[in-house]
Design a protein around this ligand. Structure first.
Ligand code: C2E
Ligand code: CA
Ligand code: CA
Ligand code: CA
Length: 277
């Protein structure tokens, strides 16, 4: 069995953890070959108009016996095995096709956010693949938002910078996911072509009960404002959290209070219902 470029011998006496891990890797290779993945979509709403402004694409693995497996269980393995390139391109293509499908139903101003792994940006041809997928689906680049995590920006800064500018040149929007959890640096926010900051769920969670989280959130919103970035809060679960974020002039909200990630068919029903915050 090949694992991260080195050879491992699978023996009956191997620790159960390692055995289970190899089993999962094998199952994932089959899942990729057979296309056992689904994309769910979670709505985002505008604090100002209350309308749904777009969705975030979130991958699910429809395992033949276990049912739906969450990404936390398999994304790290896809990243380590390099399968994320193929799967990531599939998610992006599926999400862009969905955006085109909403357009045909008259919901032609929605945005689509897609998560991108650091591992995908190591491939210098990534912007080319984004460009090809955009043109093949006919979706305007500015309605696609790529969500990147902060840790990603901390890696090889120079190469990441080049890649982000190339992606930005395509016209897509770039956002920093889980903002506030890493080594946030105002310097890179200023230097890089970032459009949106997404406040991490952990701050939103305790925004109404913990004064520190409330201050951090207020500080992030203020900073985003001064740098002319748009601001989205994730993990909004209660009306109280929502009111607080609206009072702090957050632009967009996302979370179970607005809607859980759902299959494409359910998004159509939600959009047709004229849902408002
Ligand atoms: P993320 O990008 O930070 O996505 C938000 C996660 O929080 C999602 O979990 C979502 O279902 C969950 N969530 C949304 N609203 C709420 C809420 O109000 N309360 C709580 N408790 N949770 C909420 P999910 O779908 O399990 O995804 C987990 C992570 O997996 C994502 O975190 C993202 O980092 C990664 N991921 C998902 N899809 C993809 C993908 O296509 N490509 C890559 N590279 N990563 C992905
Ligand atoms: Ca995300
Ligand atoms: Ca996030
Ligand atoms: Ca997260």
């Amino acid at each position: 069995v090949v694992s991260r470029g080195s050879w491992l011998l699978y023996e009956p006496g191997m620790t159960p953890v390692l055995g289970a891990r190899l089993h999962l890797e094998t199952e994932l290779a089959v899942a990729v070959a057979q296309g056992q993945f689904l994309v769910y979509y979670q709505p985002k709403a505008s604090c100002r108009s209350g309308a749904i402004t777009g969705f975030e694409a979130l991958i699910r693995w429809l395992h033949p016996t276990r049912g739906i497996v969450p990404p936390s269980e398999f994304i790290p393995i896809l990243e380590e095995t390099g399968l994320i390139d193929r799967v990531g391109a599939w998610v992006l293509r599926t999400a862009c096709q969905q955006l085109a499908a909403w357009d045909l139903l008259g919901h032609d101003r929605l945005t689509m956010a897609v998560n991108v792994s650091l591992r995908q940006l190591v491939d210098l041809t990534y912007p080319e693949s984004v460009k090809a997928i955009l043109s093949e689906s006919g979706v305007p680049a500015e309605r696609l938002e790529l969500e990147l995590t902060e840790s990603l920006l901390m890696q090889d800064v120079r190469q990441t910078e080049v890649l982000l500018f190339r992606l930005k040149a395509l016209g897509v929007r770039l956002s920093i996911d889980d903002f506030g959890t890493g080594y946030s640096s105002l310097a890179y926010l200023k230097r890089l072509p970032i459009d949106t900051v997404k406040i991490d769920r952990t701050f939103v969670q305790d925004i109404t009960t913990n004064p520190n989280d409330a201050s951090i959130t207020r500080a992030i919103i203020g900073m985003a404002r001064s740098l002319n970035l748009s601001l989205i809060a994730e993990g909004v679960e209660t009306e109280a959290q929502l009111s607080k974020l609206v009072a702090e002039h957050c632009d967009t909200v996302q979370g179970y209070f607005i809607g859980k990630p759902m299959p494409a068919t359910d998004t159509v029903a939600l959009l047709a219902s004229g849902w408002r915050l």
